[in-house]
Design a protein around this ligand. Structure first.
Ligand SMILES: CC(C)(COP(=O)(O)OP(=O)(O)OC[C@H]1O[C@@H](n2cnc3c(N)ncnc32)[C@H](O)[C@@H]1OP(=O)(O)O)[C@@H](O)C(=O)NCCC(=O)NCCS
Length: 140
């Protein structure tokens, strides 16, 4: 196995990865726009096969959201997600100037909190901050 990292993914591969980890597919038009407007995408490829995906959405200032961190089950446990998160963190922090900051945000899937803690993410809520919150609206 020879893993290479790339910075693009097709809608088909993106939804196939979602399906591989039992996540709902995203309607293709929305998936295309979401991928196109992401500030940074990183995927692992084994030959022609895309085996992972992660991306970041940025305001161009100090707020970055990490989304859709997925490694195909056949490729989990080999350090691929770790490399993707490290690459995302490096991408947004390598050019920071003194006094500047980046706030990385993400919503951990159930049981994945400790995976992110190794990169310095703090779990919410704690004594000083409240829980992260989301609201999903699906048009019937
Ligand atoms: C969570 C997920 C992305 C991890 O991917 P992965 O490539 O298997 O992870 P890695 O091999 O890079 O693991 C790196 C390190 O994190 C640890 N780790 C992996 N999954 C973990 C978990 N669920 N909880 C705690 N630690 C975890 C590994 O033990 C490894 O530690 P080490 O460096 O000390 O050996 C993968 O299991 C996945 O795609 N799951 C389904 C989708 C999902 O839940 N995504 C997260 C959404 S928030």
């Amino acid at each position: 196995m020879s893993i290479e990292y790339r910075h693009e993914i097709t809608v088909e591969d993106y939804n196939a990865l979602r399906k591989a980890v039992d996540w709902d597919a995203v309607e293709p038009g929305q998936a295309r726009e979401g991928l196109r407007n992401s500030a940074y995408i990183i995927c692992a490829a084994d030959g022609e096969k895309t085996v992972s995906h992660a991306r970041a959405i940025s305001d161009g200032g100090y707020v970055v959201f990490i989304a859709d961190v997925i490694v195909h089950p056949d490729y989990q446990g080999r350090g691929i997600a770790k490399t993707m998160i490290q690459e995302i963190l490096a991408h947004f922090t390598s050019e920071l100037k003194s006094g500047q900051r980046i706030l990385f945000n993400l919503m951990a899937a159930k049981g994945r909190e400790s995976f992110y803690k190794q990169f310095g993410f703090d779990e919410r809520p704690d004594e000083s901050v409240g829980a992260g919150m989301t609201r999903l609206i699906i048009k019937p």
